[in-house]
Write a protein that binds this ligand. Sequence first.
Ligand code: ATP
Length: 136
Amino acid sequence: TEETLVLVKPDGVARGLTGAILARIEAKGYSLVDLKLVEPSRDLLARHYAEHEGKPFYEPLLEFMLSGPVVAIRVAGNRVIEGFRSLAGTTDPTTAAPGTIRGDLGRDWGVAVQQNLVHGSDSPESAERELAIWFA
Ligand code: ATP
């Protein structure tokens, strides 16, 4: 069975949406394997977001991710990587489809970074790399 890394980002934790997001993952039928509340270091985030270094939203993204605690979750299930990204919806919460986490619970807050509640690994390679970073 496959595993993915899900993060409830600081906006999701601060708004008290962790439970609602976990409920959607569980209701879909995926298994929670490990879960923790983390205050990530800048170094950890730089490793997690290495592919975005140099992009215009990189610094705002790191500042946002440092703004409060994050919930890191190891989730398992057949095709869970694709399945969680489908549950999350597209990056921009304004246009993410209703029925998705971002589409139902997110919005544009007029800041430099998309505050879109969750992260989910985008490939088996990313999942392996990211799980090693967050669950070392
Ligand atoms: P998805 O792949 O579903 O879009 P993601 O979290 O993997 O979600 P990435 O493209 O890896 O998205 O970008 C990482 C994060 O950086 C996004 O989730 C979002 O918070 C922020 N971000 C991405 N693109 C932009 C952008 N153009 N402007 C502002 N913030 C952005």
